[in-house]
Design a protein around this ligand. Structure first.
Ligand SMILES: NC(=O)c1ccc[n+]([C@@H]2O[C@H](COP(=O)([O-])OP(=O)(O)OC[C@H]3O[C@@H](n4cnc5c(N)ncnc54)[C@H](O)[C@@H]3O)[C@@H](O)[C@H]2O)c1
Ligand SMILES: CC(=O)N[C@@H]1[C@@H](OP(=O)(O)OP(=O)(O)OC[C@H]2O[C@@H](n3ccc(=O)[nH]c3=O)[C@H](O)[C@@H]2O)O[C@H](CO)[C@@H](O)[C@@H]1O
Length: 420
């Protein structure tokens, strides 16, 4: 007897849910993708979408012709996978779980005995076993007997989503000691890494400590950069020598930490704590880097009031078009507080209209500018030409927050180069 192919309903078709739904469909499952946003659903249905993520457009196209349906209503299914947003509410100082709760309410209405629910959104530890379980059990079905409830974090790196979706190890945690075998089998269909098992709260915590770990390590590199500035030495050279030690591996300093996850997720761990925490200090160090870059600029220009500054890069990191929580805007805000004359932006990846700031070409952004700051480590910036900059710019100040430039070459062309 051949086993029936399980049906899956994915709730939330964003950066995480859409590739997840697509890869499940491409691996032979019958998948309904539901998103509460009707415009987003319509765009997906009409094939009217552009993703900045490499290959995702083609991949989703193929999934739609292979069995991924964009559902106008959520559907009953053997598996419900929840990939909805979990932003941090800075006013209330806690994670906003309203979308997880709303998706949970929807799923609870559809559940039949024997179904499984997997939360994949990043959440504070205890959410699956606590709030989500309560919602799921409202309709008289029990997580001990009837419904398999689990948590599986998503760890894909933006810019490399499709590869990491397949190749990263995956962690699956269940509630109430239930066997995760059915959930493991679902992921085994497309994951080439190991699928590891634990309880739901541990799995939630693992996701958060991975990102907090990276944040703390980047903060250490940023602290080294500030110390190196005090000592009048080159932080990158010092870090390079330090990393020759077999047990030292310091990351790269920069203008701060951006993106959808690393500046946010550590807060999910610390918000309820009164004791001083390294994780909070690291957040403050990384958020302070935009101020450090602004101070370099102020010192170089003898005050930024009235000056025109060009910010090179709007994306939060090199090689992507994602501008969420980008240090570029933290820097611009900081300069605006110091009465800068104007801040202009350019980025080879970010499309005009995709963001509520003007995106200029490189030459437009530099024309008549007093100073330029490299904020994003786009690979293209390593090949910038000082001769062209000298023609476009009025001033000769470059702050290279990502150490992209050949300092000697730029200094020979008459520029003052300041590095983080
Ligand atoms: N973006 C990443 O790289 C990444 C990586 C790992 C984990 N995460 C986590 O994954 C979760 C989703 O993040 P994302 O980047 O995909 O968010 P996103 O904003 O790109 O997409 C979320 C989608 O969910 C939809 N939605 C909201 N409420 C819904 C509901 N009740 N039912 C159905 N759809 C609903 C929204 O309309 C939106 O299209 C978050 O918890 C995030 O922290 C994100
Ligand atoms: C633990 C981990 O790896 N998690 C990843 C992370 O993805 P990400 O794209 O946000 O991660 P990064 O590439 O680290 O970038 C973050 C920011 O830090 C800056 N940076 C980086 C290195 C450095 O040495 N110096 C720096 O200054 C960089 O420029 C950028 O602004 O979160 C995703 C969602 O949870 C995860 O899924 C994904 O696995």
């Amino acid at each position: 007897m051949t086993e029936a192919i399980p049906s899956i309903c994915v709730h939330g078709l964003g950066y995480v849910g859409l590739p997840t739904a697509a890869i499940l469909a491409n691996s032979g499952h019958e998948v309904a993708g539901f998103d509460v946003d009707p415009d987003h659903r319509r765009n997906l249905e009409n094939g009217d979408f552009t993703f900045e993520e490499p290959d995702l457009e083609r991949f989703v196209d193929r999934a739609i012709s292979d069995g991924l349906s964009i559902a106008s209503e959520p559907e009953p299914a053997d598996f419900h996978v929840i990939c909805v947003p979990t932003p941090y509410d800075r006013d209330l100082d806690r994670t906003d779980l309203s979308s997880v709760e709303a998706a949970g309410e929807t799923v609870a209405e559809l559940l039949r005995p024997g179904d499984a629910v997997i939360l994949s959104s990043t959440v504070p530890p205890g959410t699956t076993a606590g709030r989500l379980r309560k919602i799921i059990e409202r309709k008289e079905l029990s997580v001990t007997e009837d419904i398999l409830l689990g948590y599986s974090p998503e760890t894909v790196l933006p810019g490399n989503t499709l590869t990491e979706l397949r190749e990263n190890d995956r962690l699956v945690g269940t509630v109430n000691g239930r066997s995760p075998d059915r959930i493991v089998a679902l992921y085994d269909a497309f994951v080439s890494g190991d699928v590891r098992i634990t309880d739901a709260t541990t799995a939630e915590c693992v996701k958060l400590i991975q990102n907090a770990y990276r944040d703390v390590n980047i903060a250490f590199a940023n602290e080294v950069a500030k110390l190196a500035h005090e000592f009048g030495i080159d932080s990158r050279k010092a870090i390079g020598f330090a990393n020759e030690h077999p047990r030292v591996d310091i990351l790269h300093p920069g203008p701060g930490v951006g993106g959808h996850c690393i500046p946010i997720d550590p807060l999910f761990l610390t918000y309820d704590n009164d004791i001083p925490m390294l994780i909070e200090t690291a957040r403050a160090v990384n958020d302070g880097m935009a101020g450090f870059v602004a101070e370099l600029l102020e010192a170089a220009l003898d005050g930024v009031a009235g000056s025109t500054v060009t910010v090179l890069g709007m994306a939060y990191k090199g090689g992507v078009a994602d501008t969420r929580e980008s240090p570029s805007f933290m820097l611009a805000n900081r300069l605006e507080e110091s009465s800068v004359g104007g801040v202009r932006f350019s980025d080879p990846y970010v499309k005009a209209g995709s963001i509520n700031r003007e995106v200029l070409s490189l030459s437009e952004s530099l024309e008549g500018s007093d100073a330029a700051v490299i904020v994003t480590d786009h690979p293209e910036y390593g090949a910038l030409d000082p001769g062209a900059f000298a023609n476009w710019m009025d001033g000769r100040v470059i702050v290279d927050a990502r150490a992209m430039l050949d300092e000697e070459r730029w200094e020979a062309a008459g520029f003052d180069v300041y590095k983080v």
